[in-house]
Design a binder for this molecule. Structure first.
Ligand code: UTP
Length: 233
C-alpha cells in the first residue's frame, strides 16, 4: 500500500528537539517494511515565528508563504537526516519530482510547494497524484471536532465523517499564512473531490500513527475504536 503522511510541524518540531525526529524516523523505518511511504512535513512554531516577523517588517502574504515553505523544507531535511540511508537525500520540490523519485524505493520526505495553502493540502494533492491508498494527517489535535475544542467546551469529536462534512466543518477557518486548523480548507476540498480515504489524528506519538495505519489496513474488528477521525466516503 502507498501511504502519504502529513506530519504537522507542531508535532515534529514543537521544540526543535532531535528526539521527535528520531522517534518519527524509527517508526517510519518500521512502516517502510510494510508499505511505500511519502511524508510531508509542516513548519510548526518556527514557521509562524518567521512569518510573523516577515509580516511585521512589511512582507505580503505570498512572501510570508514562501518563508513558511522554506521552514517546512528545513523540517523535511531534518527528518531526512534522522532517517539516514532509508530516505531519499533531498526533499522533492514539487509533485512531479515526488512522482519521479518514488521509484527510488526510498522514503520520500518533502515540505511545502506553492503559496496559498498548507502542507495538509500538499499531502492531499500528492495522495491523488501518486494514486496513494491512504492519507494520514498527523496533527496536534486528536481528530476533527464539531468546533474548535480549545475554544468551545461543547465541541465533540467525530469518530467518522464524510468528506462533505469535513469540508463544511473546516471551511470557516481563516486562510492566512501561519493560521491554525485541524485540516486546511483546500486539503478538505481535495479530500472530498478525490474521495481520498483519510485519517486525521494526534501525531504526538509516532507509534500511534503506526497503529492507526495497521488498524486501517487490517480492518478486521468492526467494533474496534480507531484512533483519530476517519474520513469515509
Ligand atoms: P504548515 O503546513 O506547517 O502550516 O505550513 P500550519 O497550518 O502552520 O501547520 P502545522 O502547525 O505545522 O501543523 C507553514 C506555512 O507555510 C506556508 C503557509 O504560510 C503555511 O501557513 N506554506 C506551506 C505554503 O504557502 N504552501 C505550502 O505548500 C506549504
Amino acid at each position: 500500500m502507498l501511504i502519504v503522511l502529513s506530519v504537522g510541524g507542531s508535532i515534529l518540531a514543537k521544540e526543535l528537539n532531535p528526539d521527535s525526529f528520531r522517534g518519527y524516523a524509527d517508526a517510519l523505518k518500521e512502516l517502510a517494511k510494510e508499505h511505500e511511504i511519502v511524508i510531508v512535513t509542516g513548519g510548526g512554531a518556527s514557521a509562524r515565528d518567521y512569518i510573523n516577523v516577515a509580516r511585521s517588517t512589511g512582507a505580503n502574504e505570498v512572501e510570508c508563504d514562501y518563508i513558511g515553505i522554506d521552514i517546512t523544507r528545513l523540517n523535511a531535511k531534518l527528518l531526512i537526516s534522522a532517517l539516514g540511508d532509508a530516505a531519499y537525500p533531498e526533499p522533492p520540490k514539487d509533485y512531479k519530482e515526488a512522482q519521479e523519485k518514488l521509484s527510488s524505493g526510498k522514503i520520500l520526505v518533502m515540505g511545502g510547494v506553492i503559496p496559498g495553502q498548507t502542507t495538509d493540502a500538499v499531502a492531499a494533492i500528492l495522495t491523488e497524484y501518486l494514486g496513494a491508498n491512504l492519507l494520514v494527517i498527523a496533527t496536534a489535535v486528536d481528530g476533527v471536532y464539531s468546533a474548535d475544542p480549545r475554544k468551545d467546551p461543547d465541541a465533540v469529536k467525530y469518530e467518522t465523517m464524510t468528506a462533505k462534512e469535513l469540508v463544511s466543518t473546516v471551511m470557516t477557518t481563516e486562510m492566512k499564512a501561519g493560521s491554525k486548523s485541524p485540516v486546511d480548507p483546500l486539503a478538505a476540498k481535495i479530500i472530498e473531490r478525490c474521495n481520498i480515504e483519510t485519517i486525521v489524528m494526534d501525531g504526538s506519538d509516532p507509534q500511534d500513527v503506526l497503529k492507526a495505519i495497521r488498524d486501517e489496513n487490517g480492518k478486521t474488528d468492526k467494533k474496534a475504536v480507531y484512533l483519530g477521525t476517519r474520513i469515509i466516503n
